[in-house]
Design a protein around this ligand. Sequence first.
Ligand code: ATP
Ligand code: MG
Length: 354
Amino acid sequence: MEKNIKKILETLENEGYHAYLVGGFVRDYLLGTTSYDVDIATNALPKDIHNIFNSSKSNYGSVNIKFDNYNIDITTFRKDLNYVNRRPSNVIYIDNLEEDLKRRDFTINAICMDKDDKIIDPLNGCEDLNNRTIKMIGNIDTKLEEDPLRIMRAIRFASVLDFDIEKELYEKIKKYSYLVETLSKERIKSELEKILLSKNFMKALKIMEETNIASSLGISYSHINYVDDLLGMWAQVKVANIPFTNVEKGNIIKITEVITLGQIDNLALYNYGLYICTIAGKILNINPKKISKMYNNLPIKSKSDINITSKEISDIFGTGKVIGIIYSELEKEILNENIKNNKEEILKYLKKRK
Ligand code: ATP
Ligand code: MG
């Protein structure tokens, strides 16, 4: 294990506490991937953790430490009481690891590892990890009613890890599908983004359809080509009321427009730029190298590149609206390579047009 993470565990142990890695980090480690999101569970109280690590930041009683790319949350063993709106209205700190594990969502997320890499697994998460199964800890009805985000997490893990959702949990997801409507749109967005960034996203979409989550969330799509770009995915998967920033919204619309064109030509590159066209190109199965070569070879990249002045245009056509019209026409003719971008040829074209 990374030596700085080991050091954190050892520091807590040396102070007389128990401390274990838990959650996604251990799960991913056992599956052979490194996660930079690290969760540590301990019986040290938040104030003790603060004292030991000299930290000040704390949310929901957990202490956050960042180094290199690691984001480490140290959380006191706890029991959640009386959930209201996805949050326990009360948390009590406890001195028992197994109790802490029971409040978690899935068995694969409740495997622990100590400072010596020893696995501690009272809820048999390793078995489910080996069987590639997502199984809820405790009473499924209670767990889903307490926090419907667990529905989205189950579907996310099923697709990202390519695991199966255990049968009873699957049926209960159907039963409680309407509960996802109570989740905040930001939460839904962030879970869907993790799904859409995974090549296996279709599995999640299929599960969401079968369990009615798709209709609860207002998800619609036709054919989707996987692209390693979130906005490219959002341009293909429509979901009601997702809180996009204005920039995101604008780019999604542009990508959609280029996909609708069905091809990338000079005019598209000129109007939408290289970034949008590269993403749309990936969706349209057009080689990005070809697109960037086309972009570099564009005869003009903006109106100001056109080799004619507005004075020269007004000398032929007079002033007013006509200048803008002529410029737009020239743009098109030059980009479509009907005329070259040099003054002589442009003037010849304009005189003829008049
Ligand atoms: P990842 O970090 O890859 O998204 P993760 O499982 O580590 O996955 P986190 O949000 O980092 O997810 O949560 C850390 C751990 O906290 C989980 O593994 C799980 O044990 C517990 N946990 C997280 N969210 C919930 C929840 N909604 N209900 C119950 N337990 C949860
Ligand atoms: Mg995590």
